[in-house]
Design a protein around this ligand. Structure first.
Ligand code: SF4
Length: 212
């Protein structure tokens, strides 16, 4: 599918979700970092896309308080502490599971920290998505997540023991695994833009295949 990006950006705009389109991961990195003031407390929803475009390295190396729950060597307690603190961060950066052509941002999460911070708390939320995750509608988004993205995401987490069944089969069996990564489904349809509350989320669409 060749998505009509201009039309998608207009649909997002109608939903009060500002969006920018960049040509590649280098431009994406520049765009994201331009939106994060130095000195910010920055929360992070685990995202292969953000790692691929270099945002995670830039935040680790720059003048930020970067709340990376997956920094090597930290304890489970510290992991949870950083996830909680991210809920009131200055800026929360994350990827997303799917974006529909009518401007809905669709996410499925295991622990819930990523979708919670997308919904409310941080002063600014930056969501980065490659064009491979743009889908026609909500049904296609959920199909993509359950039967494509989730099995691959399960596989890339070697710590899941036992591994949810989709990691073996490649398809969703609506499991009850203790490591089920599809516990919380969130659909962001619109956001406020009124005389009291301004939009918090910005979407950066990258003209590359990124993430899973
Ligand atoms: S519900 Fe279980 S089997 Fe289905 S995609 Fe999620 S983790 Fe995999």
């Amino acid at each position: 599918m060749e998505p009509d990006i201009q039309n998608l950006i207009e649909r997002l705009g109608e939903n009060n979700i500002p969006a920018v389109f960049v040509r590649n991961r280098r431009e994406a990195l520049e765009e994201v970092m331009s939106l994060i003031p130095e000195g910010s407390v920055v929360g992070f929803g685990d995202s292969l896309t953000l790692r691929q475009i270099g945002v995670v390295d830039a935040l680790e190396e720059g003048s930020y308080t970067f709340l990376n729950p997956w920094s090597p060597g930290i304890s489970v307690e510290e992991n949870v502490k950083r996830k909680k603190r991210a809920l009131t961060s200055d800026v929360f950066v994350t990827g997303t599971n799917a974006l529909t052509l009518d401007g809905k941002i669709v996410n499925v999460d295991g622990h819930g920290n990523r979708v919670a911070a997308m919904l409310f708390g941080p002063s600014k939320v930056i969501i980065v998505i490659g064009i491979n995750k743009i889908v026609s509608d909500l049904e296609a988004a959920l199909e993509r997540i359950r039967n494509y993205a989730a099995p691959l995401n399960v596989k890339r987490h070697p710590g899941f023991d036992p591994m949810p069944p989709c990691g073996e089969t490649g398809i969703c069996s609506d499991c009850t695994s203790p490591w089920r990564i599809c516990n919380k489904t969130v659909i962001i349809e619109r956001q406020y833009d009124n005389n009291k509350y301004k939009p918090v989320i910005t979407v950066v669409i990258v003209d590359e295949n990124l993430g899973i």
